[in-house]
Design a protein around this ligand. Structure first.
Ligand code: AMP
Ligand code: GLY
Length: 432
């Protein structure tokens, strides 16, 4: 089969790496890919090739898929999903994995998701949806100012402001609704009560009627150790995150996925892809903070090394509506992914710095270095984005996997690189 993966981040490198292990794939491309995706090699010895097409160039991607007779396309990021890449490919008779435009609304519109959760009894934060600043301020004041103010639309993961007082809430509402900091994406805001507890990532594959829940993972969204500093796309992840027993995970999954599937059926939403609920484990039970309609980044870099199935077969079952017949098989090992970011991230980043030590890190056993914002320049690998690498290691327990990941990180150098030294630490302390 000929397979195309859309995207260029660490998540997409992990998808390419895992898919490239499938003996059924003869040819694979990544559009646009990064310096790591084109290092992967298929079982038949052919290398994966990058295609210089943006993930948002829908007509270009469709033309490429037609020209090369691509049999199956996998979409990594949220933007092309929200733009309707799945609908476009399907209308052209091409097979593609990911939710269609209507189903991708779970991520593309937080107000849609919030209203859906309330309509269908999915546990979530107390919340309101507003277009009008005075009404938003009144609701925030009712919450004592302790709230999350969220731009409705996609805002590069930056559209959420947390407030702990009425003054902070007013400032956040002003920034999003009045000063339009996120443009059209912030013409509507969702305001949620501020929830306290341990935050975890859930992932579930879905074929429209059946959902298959993954083990737990935990991301680290803040830039600095101890969860300090501004939010980022995610500075590291590990799986499993030991805050739920298997029985508790099943029960949490059921409390979210059963009403979600019923709601989708009732509203004619055909979700075939990956649902990623961000969940807070509060004293009053688990509550959904948001839904994403794609794999998490860097959760993917922690999850995929644990999946023992042929990922192509799993994705085909999603598209074909027969996920019921597929059991996901998970390695009992723990994985840890430490993200290495550029100087300046999550603000304006410095690009072009030469990365040393990639081969020395890759030579270690139980380690896979996933590329994210990397590019080739004069034959060298250089930093070309905010998050540059995701260094994943695995082992029989969290302590071992962490030690291996940080040993690999210690072999990698580039000027100004940033990484957190406490990825997985909460799991070691079990949240204490
Ligand atoms: P979101 O993109 O909606 O997941 O929000 C980004 C981050 O803001 C989440 O990962 C949480 O850490 C935090 N957050 C979002 N909503 C809330 C909330 N209601 N209470 C506390 N923290 C929140
Ligand atoms: N791990 C955060 C995200 O993918 O949105």
């Amino acid at each position: 089969m000929k397979v195309l993966v859309i995207g260029s981040g660490g998540r997409e490198h992990a998808l390419v790496w895992k898919l490239a292990q499938s003996p059924r794939i003869d040819e694979m491309w990544c559009a646009p890919g990064n310096a790591g995706t084109e290092l992967e090699v298929l079982p038949n010895g052919r290398p994966v090739r990058n295609v210089p097409l943006s993930a948002e160039d829908l007509p270009g991607l469709l033309a490429f898929a037609r020209r090369e007779s691509v049999d199956f396309t996998v979409v990594g990021p949220d933007n092309p999903l929200a733009l309707g890449v799945v609908d476009l490919f399907q209308e052209a008779g091409l097979r593609i994995w990911g939710p269609n435009r209507k189903a991708a609304l779970f991520e593309a519109s937080k107000s849609f998701s919030q209203d859906f959760m309330e309509r269908h009894g999915i546990p979530t934060a107390r919340s309101g949806v507003f277009q009008e600043a005075d009404a938003a301020r009144r609701f925030a004041a009712e919450l004592g100012g302790r709230c999350a103010v969220k731009a409705d639309g996609l805002a590069l993961g930056k559209g959420v402001l947390l407030a702990h007082s009425v003054a902070e809430a007013d400032a956040a509402i002003d920034e999003i609704l009045v000063r339009n900091a996120f443009g059209r994406a912030g013409a509507t805001v969702v305001i949620q009560e501020l929830l306290e507890g341990m935050e975890i990532s859930l992932h579930a594959l879905c074929d429209g009627t059946t959902a298959r829940l993954f083990p737990t993972a935990q991301d680290h969204k803040r830039i600095f150790d101890g969860d300090r500093g501004p939010n980022t796309g995610g500075m590291g992840a590990y799986s499993p995150a030991p805050f739920l027993s298997a029985a508790e995970l099943e029960s949490v999954g059921r409390s979210i996925l059963e009403p979600w599937l019923r709601g989708c059926a009732a509203e004619g939403i055909d979700f075939r892809g990956l649902l990623y609920p961000g969940v807070m484990l509060t004293a009053a039970g688990p509550k959904v903070l948001e839904f994403n309609a794609r794999f998490g980044d860097p959760e993917t870099q922690a999850y995929l090394p644990r999946i023992e199935n042929d990922l192509l077969e799993v994705f085909e079952a999603c598209v074909d509506g027969c996920l019921e017949r597929v059991e996901l098989r998970w390695s009992p090992e723990t994985t840890v992914c430490v993200v290495i970011a550029s100087e300046g991230y999550p603000g304006t980043v410095v690009k072009g710095r030469v990365i040393e030590g990639l081969d020395a890190a890759a030579a270690l056993p139980f380690v896979k270095v996933f590329h994210a914002g990397t590019a080739k320049s004069d034959g060298k690998v250089v930093a070309n984005g905010g998050r540059v690498l995701g260094v994943t290691a695995w082992g029989p327990d969290l302590t071992t996997a962490r030690a291996r990941a940080y040993e690999a990180c210690s072999r990698i150098r580039f000027e100004g690189m940033q990484l957190r030294s406490d990825i997985g630490a909460k799991g070691l302390n079990k949240g204490q």
